[in-house]
Design a binder for this molecule. Sequence first.
Ligand code: SF4
Length: 363
Amino acid sequence: MSRINFKPAATLREPTELVAQGLVPVEDLPDLEKVAARYAVAVTPEMAALIDPDDPDDPIARQFIPSAGELLTQPGENADPIGDHAHSPVAGIVHRYPDRVLFKLVHVCAVYCRFCFRREMVGPGKATALSEGAYRDALDYIRTHSQIWEVILTGGDPLMLSPRRLAEIMADLAAIDHVKIIRIHTRVPVADPARVSPEMVTALKVEGATTWLAIHANHPRELSDPARSAVARLADAGIPLVSQSVLLRGVNDNAAALEALMRAFVECRIKPYYLHHGDLAPGTGHLRTTIEHGQELMRALRGRVSGLCQPDYVLDIPGGHGKAPVGPNYLSHANSGERELSSETRYRIVDYCGDVHLYPPKP
Ligand code: SF4
């Protein structure tokens, strides 16, 4: 019978604390000190309590507990894997698509994910939060680009800001006529559910723009009872919720885990939105799987759960060229033999069991 860890009193930030908590063996300490010198470490009490310290392959530990694998940089890995810098006209803004911008307000998170694509940019000692002047310049950029319909608050985790500061930011954005949607990407409802206080929920709602929240979780166990309560506070306030997950080796790269994760999202009133293929961030190769395996899993998911539970499997094209869907293709042109069966037959289409059908069917 596995043992679930007890809940530490505070966020664990040092490898020595992870050893003391029984989450890593003491002999790993020298390597982990090297990892922690380069990439931030934080495991909230809620996440630490979900880890089974007797399971060397625990899917929660793999996401948050540093490992020596992070010291290896593989070919193609890059400090800015999705090309944020190439599309940043002013500090804090990434303008990749015409109608939307990323607005990066903070560089800190409740937890630091070992696969983070912005791992070179987030954490204490990395870039600092935007100064007041830079914040005003970023707002001016949004104000003077009337095609910007959607502002995506990301970072770092925007819910690390106080409710008072978040309310000010939401009001500043909603006061810009052409900004209709404010989307906030966050891991806080899962990693530190108590931060989703009534004050925080109130701060997220604003006159003049619609708030959407994208909640990041990768394993069904993360949707714990406290996380579900935090998510319910948001949903009850009428805030539409979508999910984002990263496909991670040893965490959710099997059909059962993905199915349970997507079902948990939908049970929590979170519409599955994105399943990201792992980005080429430095030291994350041990957590990536192949696109072929991702497509296989998406095919399996199609056969196991309803359309409500289907995320888009996407790849952020390195260099800042945006997201592309990379899920399986179900439609292809019929071959010449199939076309001979009927002059109308033009396509072959695969059903959820993997069986091939011709379309239109033979009369
Ligand atoms: S919460 Fe998001 S930004 Fe922060 S470390 Fe995790 S993936 Fe990176």
